[in-house]
Every structure is written in structure tokens, then in C-alpha cells.
Design a protein around this ligand. Sequence first.
Ligand code: PLP
Length: 401
Amino acid sequence: MDEAPIRRHPCTMSHSLISPRVRATGAPPIPAARVWAARYDGRAGPAIDLTQAVPGYPPDPAMLEHLAAAAGTRAAAGYGDIAGDDGLRAALAADLNGFYGASVTADQVSITAGCNLAFAMAATVAAAPGEAVMLPTPWYFNHHMALTMHGIETLPLPCRAEDGFVPDPALAEALLTPAVRAIVLVSPNNPTGAIYPPEVIAAFATLCRRRGLWLILDETYRDFLPADRTPPHTLFSDPDWADVLVHLYSFSKSYCIPGHRVGAIAAGGEFRAEMLKVLDTMQICPPRAAQTALTWAIEGLRDWRAGNRTLMAGRADAFRAAAGRLNGWKLDAIGAYFAYLRLPDWAADSPATAERLASECGLASLPGAFFGPGQDRHLRLAFANVDAETIARVPERLNLL
Ligand SMILES: Cc1ncc(COP(=O)(O)O)c(C=O)c1O
């Protein structure tokens, strides 16, 4: 009788059964930083958590009522359309048109299960494994993680503090390789808060058009732009915008509902037609109840959204004022949700400094090293999470180093 084949546990095998692409992807940064914060014993006062980009105020009560009512319906329990419900697509198209002075149609809008998934899906449409996508540095870590796990190379585009971390289209062109299929811009930026001038965004669109690339523009924080910086660009006014632009948006921050996972992609033509395959495979449909509530909220909470823009501008002002009391630290950039601080010369590199601040000084932040190459002398502080009074206490914690 033949012996039964021995089934070995993966741990005993010489090669890993995990995809090398996933193994090459960085670990989730926020939990890593929270491990440091968990060791804090309260010696400097109550802990301040500036790690995650979440609005530090609750959703509007009417939003919660709409969510609750929608979640209790039979319709919300069923699958919906691959690219989202008609009502929300039409409402977002109207919102985009009002904000950008554009004429985006509802069938150019796709609703997604969050903007992170929107990016991963858009990147998959734009680039194949082995091809490349250009990301300005510092980059949003989940963008780099998504590219790595899909086997898409990241080509860094270094941005300088002296330029306010605004990327340079001429440098981008000089660094392009034949493998690049898309350039990604995030404005207002995560992690620097930098708001890219309209002419810079336009120059990137021109570059992408000339070189046959997609411009993936993530405007997750557009509802927090100062009123005098809107509209942030005029790309949608080009009747052929859909030949070059793939626009990403998140409902998470603007409506304070990150847990409901809703984002959007504005894209047209061949890109959108092909993307439907990816949407179907990766999400089947976006969450239904939140779509129903958001269809109401886009108009129903317009004033509330405007109020939060003012509130966030107030928090940024409070942070700027507090930064005047810093010893050795430099506020290199600030905007929308984030401040990007340069470490004092005497401080250890960003992970060690962030760990010490979190575990000994009760101030949790993210080290620049999480945001790509060349960021080791910076920290990201998501001031959006806390009120102005708490922001005023940040310098005393940083000065404890
Ligand atoms: C630039 C950027 N894009 C996307 C996201 C994720 O948004 P969502 O919650 O819709 O997935 C974030 C969240 O921090 C972000 O900063």
C-alpha cells in the first residue's frame, strides 16, 4: 500500500505560501503608531492622538437618522448597481459641477466602497503588473501599498519643503520612464496639507496628455479647501477631460462617515467602460444604505459641510499659532487636515522620535518614514482630530523631547 502523501504545514516548507507582492507591502502604519501610544502612562497629561485623518466631531444627527432609516430597508440589504445607485451618481455629478463649474454627467460618476478602494481599482485599470505609477513624495502610504500589492512599481517624484511640497511638472517629466502609465496627485495633500496651485495641476494634466498618461487626482480633502482657493482647478472645463483625468473623492471626511466606506471616481470613455469589470470584481456594489443617506446629504448638509470647512480652517490657524511656541521644530507645511513638522536637528530619526513622543510625552503622530523615501526628518500631525484647545497643548508635548 502506498503511503499517504505527507501534507506539510506552510511554516515547515522552505518557500512561503504568501504572495511575494503582499509580503513586500508595508505593514499598516496607524496600528504601529498606536502600539507606541498604548505604552503612555499619562505623566504629561491626557494623551493626544494625532495619528489618523478622522474629523474629530460627530456626523450631523440628521445624517445618522437617514443612515438608520436606510439601513432598515429591504432594498439596502440587496445588491445594487456595480457603479452605484443612480440617485447618488446624479447628486455627486451636480455637486462636482457646482464646485468646479463643470459638466460631468451621472454616467461619468462611479460610487466606490471608499476612496482607498477607488484608488486601487483605478490603478488596476491604468497599469499592469511590471508597469509603473509616479507618486510625489511624501506619498499617501496606502497608495504605495496598493501599487506594491498589485505588482505595479512606484516611481517617486521628490517634492521639496522649499517649494511647499508642491510637485514640479518639469522634474516629473525628466524622471518619467517608459514604464509609467499614470501620475497621481493628492491635493490638499496627505501628509503635508499642501494645496497645489491650479496652474500646477493644469501643467500635470498637459504633461499627462502629451505623454499619453493618466492623471489620477485624489481630492479627498476638497471640501476643506479655504473658500478663496476654490475651485482648485479647471480640468473639468476641458470637454475632453475624460481622456486624461481620473478623479477620486471620499465621502469619509466630508460627511464624517469613514466607517460606512463610500468614495467615488469620476472618469469617462474607455477608462470607465473597462473599469466596470474591476468594480464588479472588487466591490460588486458599494454599500447601499450609506448611498441612500448621501443622496439626501449632498444638498441637505451643504451648510453643515461649509461650517466644517470654517471649523477646520480655525484648527489650522490654531496650529499655526501654536507652532510659534516650538523649540527647534519647524512647521514645513500645513493645510486641510495635516501639519508636516520638521524635527529638531538634535532629535533621532522620525520613527524613534514618534515612538518617544507617543510613549513618553502622550502625543501620537505618524513618522515621516511611513510616507516614502527622504521623509525621515518629518512627522505628520493630523490636527483635524482634535479641537483648538487641544491643539494649543501640542507645543508643550513636542518641546518635552
Ligand atoms: C488622500 C486620501 N485618499 C483616500 C483616503 C481614504 O478614504 P476612504 O475612507 O474613502 O477610503 C484617505 C484617508 O485618509 C486619504 O488621505
